[in-house]
Design a protein around this ligand. Sequence first.
Ligand code: BES
Ligand code: ZN
Length: 633
Amino acid sequence: MSMRKINIGLIFWLLALFACESPSPEQAVEGSEAAAPDRSDYHSYARPEEARITHLDLRLDVDFEAKQLSGLARYAIEQAEGADSLTLDVRNLNIQRVTAGTGAQEREVAYTVSEDQEYIGSALRIDIGPEDEVVTVYYKTDPDGADALDWLAPQQTADKEAPFLYTQGQAILTRTWIPIQDSPGVRITYEAQIQVPEGLLAVMSASNPQEVAPDGKYNFTMEQPIPPYLLALAVGKLEFAPIGDRTGVYAEPSVVEDAVYEFADLDDMLASAEELYGPYLWDRYDIIVLPPSFPFGGMENPRLTFATPTIIAGDRSLTALVAHELAHSWSGNLVTNATWDDFWLNEGFTVYFERRIMEALYGKSYANMLAQLGYQDLMADVKDIGPESEDTQLKLDLEGRDPDEGMTDIAYEKGAFFLAMLEGKVGRENFDAFLREYFEKHRFQTLTTEEFVQYLEKNLLEKYNVEANIDEWIYGAGLPDNLPVPTSERFAAVDQAAASFKAGAKPGQLDTDEWTTHEWLHFLRQLPEGLSEERMAALDEAFGFSQSGNSEILAAWFEKAINNGYNKNIMPQIQAFLVEVGRRKFLAPLYRAFVESGQREAALDIYEKARPNYHAVSRNTIDEILGYEGSKG
Ligand code: BES
Ligand code: ZN
């Protein structure tokens, strides 16, 4: 269906046509465009081919007492011939009224909200007329049902002085705080005016302030079109500190200095990313360090990555995560998966790109360790999911399921190894040229897996006259034989130490002096099941794992401790970690280990205290692992 912007001249012309009963307006307007590919997204009610939003003007008040956002969302729309409604996704939103019209004048219009469907929400269907260019929805969020929003009390922040709010949109949570066409296949520009309590700073995935506004009113613009899952807001007692000319950090005052130290290489990362795959098209790149409840390691909100404080290790050893979120500025934010079935186009490319940045900055031996750990994650996930399961395909089928279920290491790691395999076929130089052009040609667009495969065949395989088992990789279950298994010399040394420990050596006899975080992780992952309490205690005493300031090491150690029944000796540390940190990647394996080692009750005890500190994303996952049904009474 052809899409056109209604303009006043055209309307007069159409009216004139009606008046003299000339050919129907459909016949009279411009010719149609080429047939659109199938991009239907079953996780959204929106029908952008009928009427689509192109720009959002958001005006919200942030009320910490009521845990509520209230205000309006005004959209510029484009409609196809014959459209009579605009459909938006909403979930648990309180819609107060809707108006539509031209920029100058709007009138009250009729709307319906369909029955709520689990995790999908409802369709907000708004009656529109053929000349309407603007629609405005007046609404409030639900204090309890807005899963994107995490409202934190002062005690849940680093400085314990002021409340904090942050949003998490991906995959389909934006609709719980903004009525929107919540499909990654839709792109919009936006502006926003956010009113917050005095003394607090508000930041978004947009142009950002660097200082507190005395009246608590902040204005934002995002001039590049982005998919709705990248709309993001954070409000708190925040300070800004620059790192380079184009980069900086937002964090609570007591965290800023550590963050600046940890991310000191940010400008170099940005430069090396640009050198690999072309110019950074989003102007600034800043990071906000959130309170520890943030359910992810990082989230690639454009211009402003949202990050967990657990990557601040003090020794810059966990910054691959920053390279990952930065890489999304190309893979994901510039070129976006059309639906959540195509999620690997976002994450697989990003993991590949992340490792290339880390290799450029810190050398091949560093990148090889990352690839090895990723390979181990992949093997574990394939085993968990089942090598025959369709969920191990790169192209997913998430119809009827929460897209969250597709967010496994298949998309990340199988996706990245697929690209590494292709690199091996044509050589690095050719592959880099291919990727650079791919990003350039598809910038600010969305792609389906099928469209990517077509592009790949023409621009890589045919061009260099190579063959590859593309279908097996993308539509086949399990792992193809030609997966390029990474090797790591530095891990070979760790393997030796692990073997001598298994053979009975005392921890003090192992040669661990030069080990960095990644070597320790590799060592911990290899600890056998069924180690005695004495052996576990000896390790802990020699290496201080239970006291580690490194969240990755803590999480890996605690998992082994729970599996080996050593946890009863370090319960205060495990509980402190689980109560403080809300990052799902750490929580899920630990709670699972409790359940699988027959300690569900101990886990539930901790969970009662920890749950109020978790974002809905983590709560939902852990509720399921523990079969938690709410504290009764
Ligand atoms: N975009 C993801 C986070 C995400 C995925 C949120 C799916 C919601 C749904 C982000 O880029 C990511 O992958 N984060 C990882 C970091 C990593 C692999 C280095 C994380 O949070 O652990
Ligand atoms: Zn990612």
